[in-house]
Design a protein around this ligand. Structure first.
Ligand code: MG
Length: 242
């Protein structure tokens, strides 16, 4: 399973070797179990502005910065982009609702995997479209001694955000690694598109509502069931690096 995925990846990008030294983690739906709350908060905030927005819309925009989610919804229903004022208003409503919901938990086996990677001296980054300071702060509470300011790329660091390759290209630049020296762990279509366009090996943990084939169609190199699955298979994956 791993050997085939790596061979296909090398062939597709015309790279010679795959020997990762860094792992770039998406945050929502990968490290933290936050997608149900994001989805509820987006639906409620859009409703307050009389904009139709479904759970599927929320998952299809997972990973995007707030402005993209809001502009796409305006284009779809009002045939225009949102003004800066409208963007601000809806995003702050979404953040307010999000923070009123039950606290976010770690994704099962996320911390175990992070600690294992740290013990193997892998560099660990988080690459998220989120611009909610409390949520970003929660990473340090949930995963002590894993991330620093330098290793966190958030919605505040980028202009376009996912699905543009921009955030993952920034992670490459900050870390100083080549694409074939890194792995991305993603879960959502727009994040997969972003990582795959940046030329990175995109390992997907399917924690959302889509089927595996749908996620492959966005450029996933390999789809696993969960973070637990990845944790259990990590040593086998590592043995396949060339
Ligand atoms: Mg995600």
């Amino acid at each position: 399973m791993f050997t085939e995925a790596i061979q296909n990846y090398l062939q597709r990008h015309d790279y010679k070797s795959f020997y990762p030294k860094a792992v770039f983690f998406d945050m929502d739906g990968v490290l933290i179990d936050s997608m149900k709350n994001h989805s509820r908060a987006w639906m409620q905030a859009m409703k307050e502005s009389n904009l139709p927005f479904t759970e599927e819309d929320a998952y299809m925009h997972e990973g995007c910065i707030g402005a993209t989610t809001i502009n796409d919804t305006f284009m779809k229903h009002l045939n225009r982009e949102a003004t800066e004022e409208e963007q601000k208003q809806i995003y702050s409503a979404k953040s307010r609702i999000f923070e009123s919901l039950e606290p976010i938990e770690k994704m099962p086996f996320a911390y175990e995997l992070l600690k294992k990677l740290k013990s193997e001296e892998m560099k660990i980054y988080v690459v998220t479209g989120s611009g909610q300071p409390k949520l970003i702060d929660s990473l340090n509470t949930l995963f002590p001694e894993i991330f620093t300011k330098e290793t966190m790329i958030t919605g505040f660091d980028v202009k376009e955000g996912k699905p543009s390759p921009e955030p993952y290209l920034l992670a490459l630049k900050r870390s100083g690694f080549q694409p074939w020296e890194t792995i991305v762990v993603e879960n959502a279509p727009m994040g997969i598109l972003s990582a795959s366009k940046a030329g990175l090996f995109t390992l997907v943990v399917n924690t959302g509502p889509f089927d595996d084939d749908f996620l492959y169609s966005y450029g996933a190199d390999l789809v696993l069931d969960s973070m637990e699955h990845l944790y259990n298979e990590w040593d086998n994956f590592r043995k396949s690096w060339i």
